[in-house]
Design a protein around this ligand. Structure first.
Ligand code: R5P
Length: 292
């Protein structure tokens, strides 16, 4: 397998190549045409080789780069183009909520899979998105990566900021052998939420070290409110952990003001303490895309 790292995922791509037994790794040459359009070129001849392209699609530019990379790899004669999209943008609009809206996750899935023989992603917001691919598509989980990381840290209890994330937190808590529970969340608008402890309060937080685990941190509104609620209940330390750290605008600083540590996986590049999903993606690639 040859691994190519797009600009949104260069570090993770290199880690994946190491996990694949030091598979050949490269980054494309890129420049902008005078009108702003992207030019890229991948090195090498991929005849009879499987090529893994790693590129999160956090921005529309990232998506465009991914589509061009896929075409370049096909032009290079790759046997299979396997696309790893660690953070799959637009996945949160996974259904039509109001008439006239697109199902964005489906639209993106269809375009990404066009130039791919298979797709791998990590912790989708909902499993509906995986079902929207018509080609082989697989989802790696960040839970084993966080289990490896949190095993080395003092964690008394794990918390999901909402019921939607309860199963994810329960699975992590089961591996770590720790208690867990979910807060009650009411979304006020896209930036603000109201959170409260369940009634009756299921745990004595006094002096306890709490880890809040979520799939995405976007504006930070959810994590900040969760940390405040848990501190008010007596928690002595609060760790913020998420798979995909978007950390929009000043989110990182606002979380830092209420949490002791901020962890995120390397599906996105940001200033959080890193938990790598490279081993998990590499094992999935080896299993699902073994040489024919
Ligand atoms: C919601 O269902 C998600 O799991 C996250 O809790 C949410 O996307 C976080 O967004 P924000 O950081 O803007 O509160």
């Amino acid at each position: 397998m040859h691994v190519i790292g797009g600009t949104a995922s260069t570090d993770l791509a290199e880690r994946i190549s190491r996990e694949l037994g030091n598979a050949p790794f490269s980054v494309p040459f890129m420049k902008r045409f005078p009108d702003g359009e992207l030019y890229l070129r991948v090195g090498g001849n991929f005849q009879n080789e499987d090529v893994v392209i790693v590129q999160s699609t956090r921005s529309d530019q990232d998506l465009l780069e991914l589509l061009l990379l896929q075409d370049a790899v096909r032009e290079g004669g790759a046997r299979r183009a396997i696309v790893v999209v660690p953070y799959f943008g637009y996945a949160r609009q996974d259904r039509r909520f109001f008439p006239g809206e697109p199902v964005s996750s489906r639209a993106l899935a269809r375009h990404v899979e066009l130039g791919a023989d298979g797709v791998v992603t990590v912790d989708l917001h909902s499993s509906l998105t995986l079902a929207q691919f018509t080609k082989p598509a697989f989802e790696a989980s960040a839970i084993p990566a966080f289990a490896r990381q949190l095993r080395q840290r003092p964690v008394d209890v794990l918390v999901s900021p909402d019921k939607g994330g309860a199963d994810r937190v329960r699975r992590l808590a089961d591996i770590l052998g720790r208690p867990w529970f979910a807060l009650e969340k009411k979304r006020l608008d896209s930036e603000h939420v109201e959170l409260k402890l369940p009634d009756p309060i299921p745990f004595d937080f006094q002096g306890k070290q709490v880890t809040i685990f979520d799939d995405v941190v976007s504006t930070g509104g959810t994590i900040v409110e969760a940390a405040k609620v848990l501190r008010a209940a007596g928690a002595s330390a609060v760790t913020s952990a998420c798979t995909h750290g978007l950390f929009l605008r000043d989110a990182f600083e606002r979380i830092k003001a209420v949490a002791d540590d901020i962890y995120a996986t390397d599906t996105l590049q940001n200033g959080a303490l890193k938990v790598s999903v490279a081993p998990d993606i590499a094992r999935l690639l080896e299993k699902e895309f073994a040489p024919p």
